[in-house]
Design a protein around this ligand. Structure first.
Ligand SMILES: [Zn+2]
Length: 145
């Protein structure tokens, strides 16, 4: 089984937010949608409907906590959720805050260029500094209660 997420989990450390029993939260490396996160299953499976009852229960608990943290931290208009697995087969969900108007956070302007539409295709060239990544992670952690 070749899965880069299982083989090199340390590569994702930069964006690590919080570990739970069955899942972990990481910030998505592209922040063109401010606060975009991944909820990643700790063990390898490719099928959302393979998860156990305990994994499902924890997913919904984490999802609710993360939802609230993103709403409180960044005040998005809505949140999008997706589970696709085309590039990365290892089961993970995207939590994508969406913004009607540009948002300024850590002196950086985030503009949701696809407001009202599917989040993909998004700006793959969007870049922020490590300092801004850290501030986003700190803001999410602060509200993860
Ligand atoms: Zn895997």
């Amino acid at each position: 089984m070749v899965c880069s997420m299982c083989q090199s989990p340390e590569e994702y450390k930069k964006f690590f937010i919080k570990e739970y029993t069955f899942w972990r939260i990481e910030l998505h490396s592209n922040q063109c949608y401010l606060g975009r996160c991944l909820i990643i299953l700790n063990r390898h499976t490719e099928n959302l409907f393979d998860i156990t009852t305990n994994e499902k229960d924890e997913l919904f608990t984490i999802g609710s906590i993360l939802n609230n943290a993103l709403l409180k931290g960044f005040n998005p208009n809505i949140l999008n959720y997706s589970s696709l697995g085309n590039d990365m087969r290892h089961l993970h969900l995207h939590i994508i805050p969406r913004y009607k108007n540009p948002v300024t956070f850590a002196d950086t302007i985030f503009t949701d260029e696809r407001w009202g539409h599917n989040p993909s295709p998004y700006n793959k060239n969007f870049e922020i500094s490590d300092e801004v990544y850290n501030k986003i992670i700190i803001e999410i952690c602060k509200n993860l209660t």
